[in-house]
Design a protein around this ligand. Structure first.
Ligand SMILES: [Zn+2]
Length: 231
């Protein structure tokens, strides 16, 4: 399922550190055992596979921090993968009132990065996902169809846009907290990658071993040698 070896993890970090989050998510997704063009995988499937990678490396428990927008207090949130939708990834298309739409994917997100107007972005995404532009209604009917398609996509593919409710323990303000599994996994991988770089530096400095040799050691052996250095 996953190949999170030390050297693979550092390769991933190096490839993603200066990239856009969308590209990082795709780079991480390349470690999952999935077929087909990754950029065209529906977002719900992408997020579901990223979560499986995350589970394989970091387990089922998730910890998030959020600064309350009302009182400024830092909120700590703990939850498990079992708190997320248990439906798994959705399909690849929906049909609303006779009109067929594919589900949005990473390529769509990349095309919307430069859009400053969220309404224009949503309209552009809607048209990009429509399988037949010629049969779409016009004017107010189009706006109504857009709303229904948005609701249908959320229902058909809940993993595409994960979020959960949280209440600030200090002021009781309710928050709807988005969960970007790609960002979360990247932050966790980056911490591990920087720790690995520190350990390579310490062991290479002390013993003169190559990076390749140090990364080939198991976590247990690296820790044992570091303990003998008093670190
Ligand atoms: Zn608060």
């Amino acid at each position: 399922m996953t190949t999170f070896s030390a050297s693979k993890l550092l390769e991933l970090w190096e490839a993603g550190v200066s990239r856009h989050p969308i590209d990082r998510a795709l780079a991480m997704l390349s470690l999952a055992d999935v077929a087909g063009p990754l950029a065209e995988m529906p977002l719900g499937q992408r997020n579901w596979h990223l979560m499986q990678l995350r589970r394989a490396r970091f387990g089922d428990h998730l910890s998030l921090w959020l600064d309350c927008s009302a009182c400024g207090d830092r909120m700590s949130m703990e939850f498990g993968v079992s708190d997320l939708p248990d439906t798994g990834p959705g399909g690849s298309r929906i049909v609303v009132e006779g009109h067929a739409f594919r589900l949005a994917n990473s390529r769509d997100l990349a095309n919307l990065v430069s859009f400053a107007d969220p309404e224009l972005a949503a309209h552009t995404l809607f048209l990009a996902c429509a399988e037949s532009l010629e049969t779409l209604p016009q004017g107010e009917a189009l706006d109504q169809l857009m709303d229904r398609v948005g609701e249908a996509m959320d229902a058909a593919d809940p993993w595409a846009d994960l979020n959960f409710e949280a209440q600030c323990p200090a002021c009781a303000t309710a928050h709807n907290v988005p969960l970007d599994i790609g960002d979360l996994l990247w932050q966790e991988l980056e911490i591990v990658a920087r720790q690995l770089l520190d350990r390579v530096h310490q062991l290479a400095s002390a013993y003169g071993w190559s990076e390749q040799a140090i990364l080939a050691l198991s976590d247990t052996r690296r820790a044992a040698y570091l303990a003998r250095l008093g670190t």
